[in-house]
Every structure is written in structure tokens, then in C-alpha cells.
Ligand binder design. Structure first.
Ligand code: ADP
Ligand code: MG
Length: 329
């Protein structure tokens, strides 16, 4: 089956503080209908830049300098603003970390969703209102008829994020991009929103890109995982493959910090990183070889001199490492 989105060679150049550097380098991934692809990595690894590239909503300091993003018959990297306006919020839905960035504080929440339906689906006010009430019900907002007339500030963070999810799903998108959708919420609400997203995904069957720095979230939701480091994918696999065996030392490091995925004792006895020492390198001052080498317990002279390419080792599994851990499966 043809993927809903197929990204190849995506490179995003940032110019800031008198410097110019690639925030995203030669990125490639695909996501199919009904599938959840997780993009994971520490803060600053280029996850949001990737999401904003797909939506073509990059800040003025950032520019796509190479690559293609095939979405249906269109290459999003080359699409006109006219084409993009017909796609954003219609065929691609977006959920950000902070619900207030997506909501207008001066407008009743119901009408914000209704507006999208009027714009993209040509619904009239009454039909749009009925559909919004259905959508609010779908995202489990209690008492949808009454909540329709709330302003965002009258709702809790969790309820606001449900409105944003309703907005993202209103036009029945082919692709949903959720960038850290639960990070700004308290732990209990996080779990509820994740449950909701998972249920909606299996019910509606859109392709989903879920961005998170939290591998516990990935374990519960993703079909496939792409691990990003310093703007590049360093390991990509099915969730089953990845949780059965992490090949890249960076992925090991990420997993070592989640006790209920890999027991801490097991991690130590197998010589895994309990946590990743050091910090993500500055993107304008990357080392010559592998960007992770300075923090990697397995790094050698070769790693410091030459960057390992991303290669497919077994079907569905790619890695960029000269000294991966264990056997690929
Ligand atoms: P992530 O979402 O993985 O935390 P981002 O994609 O936000 O990472 O950031 C990638 C890099 O781009 C980081 O070095 C970050 O500092 C930089 N960056 C992000 N947003 C901006 C911006 N608006 N202007 C300049 N630099 C930015
Ligand atoms: Mg981000």
C-alpha cells in the first residue's frame, strides 16, 4: 500500500544568531494509513522542525533546502501556499504541546471547530454545530452541548487539548501530527489523552506521526519508531523490534531511563547506560564523525572520524552505527 506520507532527504537549514546550520539532515521516513510512527529523541533533536516542515509552517529563520515530502499526488516541499491552505487543518491535522497555541482565546471553542468545518467542508452553521457536538462527544468532552459555548480559559488544560484534538480531526484528515501532545498536562490527564488518541487512531485509521521524548509513550502507542539525534534518524524499527533489542547505543540510553520497559538492574548488568551522560552537541559545532560519539561508551577512533550511514540491516530496521549492540532482528 502506498504510504500516506513519504519523506525523503529532508534537510532544514536554520539561520540564527549569525550562524547557519542544519537542524534536520537528510531525514527519510514513511507513514501508512492506520499506522502510528513515533519520532523520538531528546529536546533539540529536530522533531518539531520535522513536524513544521511537513505542515510548511517553519519559522522565518528556517528553510527547507533539500528533500521531498510526497503526500498523495503532491510534494509538500514544493507545494504552493494555495495548495497548503487546502491541506492544513483539512487533510492534515496538527496537535501541539500547548493547546493555547492552537486556540483563539477570544472565541468560543465550539465555533472554532465549526469554523474549520465551514471553511473546508462548506457546512452551514447548524450542520457544523451538530458535527462539532458529535466531535466533542468523540473526544469525550462531557456535556458537549453546553461546552460548545465555553471560552478556552473556562476549560482545564486536558479539556482544551480535547478541543484541539477535535479540531485536528474535524475534517477527517489522512494524516495526524501530534507534537508532544501530552507534555504540558499533569500525569493523570496525560494518560487519559493518550488513551483517547490511541482509541481514535484505531477507530478512524488515519496515518499518525506521534512526536515525543518519552519512550514509555512510544511503547504504548507506536507501530514504528524513528529515533532522532542531532537532526538525523539514528535508528528506525518496528516498535516490536525496537523494544526487543535496541541496536544504537543512543536508543539504549533513552530506554535505560524508563524503569518499567527495561529493569534498571538488568540495564546495569548488561552494561547499558543508566542515563545518557553529557548533552546534545550544538548543531553548528557537530563533531566530524558520529554526532553521538562524544557521549557514547562504545565509540572508537572510527566513530570520531567518520559518520556511519543509515543502513537497512534486516527488513523494516535501519541503523546508523559502526558498533551496534547485539544482533539485529
Ligand atoms: P525538538 O522538537 O526535537 O526539541 P526542535 O525541532 O524544536 O527540536 O529544534 C531543533 C533545533 O532548532 C534546536 O537546536 C533549536 O534550538 C532550534 N530552533 C527551534 N526553533 C527555533 C526558532 N524558532 N529559531 C531558531 N532556532 C530554533
Ligand atoms: Mg519539539
Amino acid at each position: 500500500m502506498k504510504p500516506v506520507l513519504s519523506v525523503e532527504g529532508l534537510t532544514v537549514r536554520l539561520t540564527t544568531g549569525g550562524r547557519s546550520f542544519d537542524a534536520v539532515s537528510d531525514l527519510g521516513f514513511q507513514v501508512a494509513a492506520g499506522e502510528v510512527l513515533a519520532l523520538v529523541g531528546e529536546s533539540g533533536s529536530g522533531k518539531s522542525m520535522t513536524a513544521l516542515s511537513v505542515m510548511r509552517l517553519l519559522p522565518p529563520a528556517a528553510e527547507i533546502t533539500a528533500g521531498s515530502m510526497a503526500f498523495g499526488d503532491l510534494d509538500l516541499a514544493a507545494a504552493t501556499e494555495h495548495d497548503l491552505r487546502a491541506i492544513r487543518g483539512n487533510r492534515i491535522g496538527l496537535i501541539f504541546q500547548e493547546p493555547m497555541t492552537a486556540l483563539n482565546p477570544t472565541m468560543r471553542v465550539g465555533w472554532q471547530v465549526a469554523e474549520a468545518l465551514e471553511l473546508h467542508k462548506g457546512m452551514d452553521g447548524a450542520a457544523a454545530r451538530r458535527r462539532v457536538e458529535e466531535l466533542f462527544d468523540l473526544v469525550r468532552i462531557p456535556d458537549p452541548k453546553r461546552r460548545f459555548d465555553d471560552y478556552p480559559h473556562q476549560m482545564s488544560g486536558g479539556m482544551r487539548q480535547r478541543v484541539v484534538i477535535a479540531l485536528a480531526l474535524a475534517c477527517d484528515p489522512d494524516l495526524l501530527i501530534a507534537d508532544e501532545p501530552t507534555t504540558a498536562l499533569d500525569v493523570t490527564t496525560q494518560a487519559q489523552i493518550l488513551d483517547l488518541l490511541r482509541d481514535l487512531q484505531s477507530e478512524l485509521g488515519m496515518a499518525t506521526i506521534l512526536i515525543t521524548h518519552d519512550l514509555a509513550v512510544v511503547a504504548e502507542t507506536a507501530d514504528r519508531v524513528a529515533v532522532m539525534y542531532a537532526g538525523r534518524i539514528v535508528e528506525q524499527a518496528t516498535a516490536g523490534q525496537l523494544f526487543a533489542a535496541q541496536r544504537h547505543p543512543y536508543t539504549h540510553g533513552l530506554l535505560g531511563s524508563i524503569p518499567h520497559v527495561t529493569a534498571p538492574d538488568e540495564a546495569t548488568t548488561r552494561g547499558r547506560l543508566a542515563e545518557i551522560k553529557g548533552t546534545v552537541p550544538a548543531l553548528w559545532d557537530l563533531p566530524e564523525g558520529c554526532a553521538f560519539a562524544p557521549r557514547c561508551p562504545r565509540s572508537t577512533y572510527r566513530c570520531r572520524k567518520s559518520r556511519p550511514p543509515l543502513v537497512e540491516v534486516v527488513p523494516l530496521r535501519q541503523e546508523a552505527c559502526w558498533h551496534p549492540v547485539g544482533d539485529a532482528r
